[in-house]
Ligand binder design. Structure first.
Ligand code: ASP
Length: 344
């Protein structure tokens, strides 16, 4: 039976949305959540039960660590049965990383987890924080006529767009249109109404919701560029403590074809390292069969990230490597679509 009033837990982690100017030095510093509710009295007008949880300490999202994701995932697990949806207020700088990571950690998610934040603090006159917060709360509390949540996914809501979390990337350091999901259409758009693209929204498989908090962070990112040196490639690909390397390549998955480069890739591969090809382009996909330079990477044992974002690739690797010490297990799952993060 549908409960009369949907309930939403607002989790405030920090970030610009809840910051205030410190008169002593003019910098932005987090202020307490009680003040945030005062700034948005509109929230009280929803036919929703809204509770709040504030992280202590509040942090600028540049300081986000997997330990925080674990805390967040555990908080959601603990409150899962008591709320219809969750809104996570988070700094924009690493929001795409956190949303992607959480999408892997929360398996068979049956409720909305909506990340949002703002470019201007909520206390400022032209803030985008109010709109983002109010719409996120509405989406988190939205239910279908049968009582099921409308969007049981980890998402980012920003500037009228609801995006799949593990497809999102921050594209603007200062504009209000800060996020895009270049390889996947928005799950909803907010205008006079919130229009959901229901055909695109993932539904849980029917298995029980579960949370994985083990993560292995032994991942490096190698961004190839003209002029990259043998030394740098060697240091990153053959680093002793690195289990996996995301190779950010040109175009549809191409990298320098010089012998020394491919020799190092082959050496890393023969040492059992997990090598994942992710394109530097915002839109489109890795296809290592198109050019000889891409094919050489594939032949050297590099796996295709398809159209995955770097943020999502990182979260997926942390998650899969946390699940098993066996690199072959990780490789076997890496090219599979686990949470709607890649188009197969
Ligand atoms: N530095 C801030 C953060 O990511 C920026 C923001 O919130 O937009 O926490």
């Amino acid at each position: 039976m549908t409960k009369a009033k949907a309930s939403v837990l607002l989790i405030y982690t920090g970030g610009t949305i809840g910051m205030k100017e410190d008169p002593s030095d003019g910098t932005l510093k987090p202020f307490d959540f009680g003040s945030l509710m005062q700034e948005v009295p509109e929230l009280r007008k929803f036919a929703l039960k809204i509770d709040a949880y504030t992280f202590d300490p509040l942090i600028d999202s540049s300081d986000i660590e997997p330990g925080m994701w674990k805390k967040l995932a555990e908080l959601i697990r603990k409150n899962y049965d008591d709320y219809d949806g969750f809104v996570v207020l988070h700094g924009t700088d690493t929001m795409a990383y956190s949303a992607a990571a959480l999408s892997f950690m929360l398996d068979n998610l049956g409720k909305p987890v909506i990340f949002t934040g703002s470019q201007l603090p909520i206390g400022q006159p032209r803030t985008d924080g109010k709109e983002n917060l109010i719409s996120s709360v509405e989406i988190a509390g939205s239910r279908e006529p049968d009582g099921s949540p409308t969007v049981p996914e980890v998402c980012i809501f920003f500037n009228d767009l609801l995006l799949r979390g593990n497809r999102s990337t921050k594209v603007d350091a200062s504009g209000f249109e800060a996020f895009r999901s270049p390889n996947f259409p928005p799950l909803a758009e907010a205008g006079i109404d919130i229009r959901f693209n229901r055909d695109l929204i993932r539904r849980p498989s029917g298995e029980a919701f579960s949370v994985s908090t083990e993560m292995d962070t032994a991942v490096s990112i190698l961004k190839v560029h003209p002029g990259i040196t043998e030394r740098v490639v060697e240091d990153i690909l053959l680093g002793r403590r690195t289990r996996a390397v995301i190779i950010e390549t040109f175009g549809c998955g191409n990298a320098p074809s010089r012998d020394w480069f491919l020799d190092i890739v082959r050496e890393a591969s023969s040492r059992g390292k997990i090598l994942l090809n992710v394109t530097q382009c915002l839109r489109g996909s890795v296809n290592m069969d198109l050019y000889a330079t891409g094919r050489a990477l594939k032949d050297a044992g590099v796996l295709s990230g398809g159209d995955i974002t770097t943020e999502s690739a990182l979260g997926k690797l942390f998650f899969l490597m946390g699940k098993s010490d066996d690199n072959e297990y990780v490789k076997a799952h890496l090219e599979q679509d686990l949470r709607g993060e890649i188009s197969i």
